[in-house]
Design a protein. Structure first.
Length: 447
């Protein structure tokens, strides 16, 4: 016969289980305070100024919710207003960015801890960023904010500022676009906590999320080559809610970045008056290429769309290609279904006068036999070292990276851009060529 105490314990257990079941049934939806229409993924405090016109329009005139991820805190570079440098400068620049974005009405801003790396090479920046950890964090924020569209820098090597950190932010944003909806990617993020009201839980309680559209913007010196690849936003247009041109609001956004305003009025006008060209990288919903960023995204959540399976192009027996970041992007575009970018940006670079131009070349032997290769340089007059043929012996299935440093001709600023060519012969037969258009600039980020 069961005692009264046992019955009491059993009844208490059932009551607790029912309470827990009711608690689970009442489990809250994802936290709406962080839901975003647009997630902007950038590299530095002040990068937002390159899309300030669109941000003002989206937030003030259209009432859209924007969240921002900044992969570094801007710990490198000069300080136009004070002595603070390094970690202290990062502290200052983070606050500058928060104040500038708050002026737009943007409060949800996450700063990652990568070091600001002044380089044009995306591979260097990915290394200092901590590629894997950065990707995990951006995927986490995509799942937290559940954006309809992701906006980021253009993943390409361009003539212009061409900051490697900008490119690295674009790489992880693109990867996160393709991976955040996949439950098997970072599954600890979507594991349900065993007791969300307790402490020391594991499992982050997020849900997979598939954004619908991916857009890029560029730090190229002349971004007009991006026209008609997506929407464009004019700084001269009127902000309806404020009754002033967006350029006036752009100046206000810049005013918060005191440490970085080391240019005069002419430089400011260029920055606040520029037309903002966006490139539609991907869209999972029907939408016109030049339509607004959020056009077609109001159809409810989107199912996970796996990136197309990577298919390597048929390999030639031997080949010559640009190496380094160019070779990386050749593979990256194919892996993420961005082959249109291969046609958008022709191989290009700029360089600073009196500094060498770095050109990586990559020789590949895909054949089953050893080959004798000759690389011939065809350079405009005045480049050193003087163009000459170089011979290489490659074993079957091997590759060989060439690191070329060239000195441009002196006092020839009016003769740029210039086209540099390299051609390949294999066992005495033509086997391909590569071209690189180069531009001379006065200042810039080191290659």
């Amino acid at each position: 016969m069961i005692s009264k105490s046992l019955w009491a314990c059993a009844l208490l257990s059932v009551t607790l289980l029912q309470g827990r079941a009711q608690d689970q049934a009442a489990m809250p939806a994802p936290d709406d305070r962080y839901k975003a229409d647009i997630l902007l993924v950038i590299a530095h405090p002040d990068d937002d100024t390159d899309v300030a016109t669109y941000l003002w329009k989206a937030v003030l005139d259209e009432g859209k919710r924007v969240a921002v991820v900044v992969t570094t805190r801007g710990n490198s570079g000069g300080n136009a207003v004070g002595m603070e440098q390094s970690k202290a400068l990062a502290d200052v620049r983070e606050i500058e960015a928060r104040r500038s974005l708050a002026a737009h009405g943007i409060a949800n801003v996450w700063f990652m801890r990568a070091s600001d790396t002044p380089t044009q090479d995306v591979l260097h920046s990915l290394e200092t960023l901590g590629h894997g950890a950065a990707l995990e964090e951006v995927v986490r924020i995509v799942r937290l904010t559940r954006p309809e569209a992701i906006l980021t820098w253009l993943p390409a090597y361009v003539a212009g500022e061409n900051h490697g950190d900008h490119q690295a932010a674009a790489v992880v944003a693109t990867e996160a676009f393709d991976l955040a909806g996949e439950p098997a990617v970072f599954p600890e993020q979507i594991a349900a906590p065993r007791d969300r009201l307790s402490i020391n839980n594991y499992g982050e309680g997020l849900n997979p999320w598939q954004a619908k559209k991916l857009y890029f913007f560029s730090d190229a010196t002349d971004p007009e080559f991006l026209a008609h690849q997506g929407p464009a936003y004019l700084a001269s247009d009127l902000c309806r809610s404020r009754g002033v041109p967006f350029s006036q609001l752009n100046r206000m956004a810049w005013d918060f970045y005191g440490t970085q305003i080391d240019f005069g009025e002419e430089g400011m006008r260029h920055r606040i008056d520029q037309t903002e060209y966006l490139v539609l990288g991907k869209s999972l919903v029907p939408a016109p290429i030049e339509g607004d960023v959020l056009a077609g995204t109001d159809k409810g959540p989107s199912a996970y769309a796996a990136a197309q399976a990577y298919q390597a192009p048929a390999a030639l027996p031997v080949s010559l290609e640009l190496g380094g970041p160019w070779a990386f992007y050749h593979e990256f575009y194919r892996a993420h279904g961005l082959t249109s970018l291969e046609r958008l940006v022709k191989p290009q670079s700029d360089f600073i006068a009196d500094k060498p131009l770095w050109v990586p070349l990559l020789l590949r032997n895909h054949s089953q036999k050893a080959v004798e290769l000759i690389v011939h340089s065809s350079l405009p007059q005045g480049w050193t070292p003087v163009a000459k043929d170089a011979a290489y012996h490659l074993q079957p299935g091997s590759s060989f990276p060439l690191q070329i440093l060239l000195t441009p001709p002196a006092h020839s600023g009016d003769k740029f851009p210039q086209l540099l060519r390299w051609s390949l012969t294999a066992d005495g037969k033509p086997a391909g060529e590569v071209e690189l258009t180069v531009y001379l600039v006065e200042t810039g980020v080191p290659q």
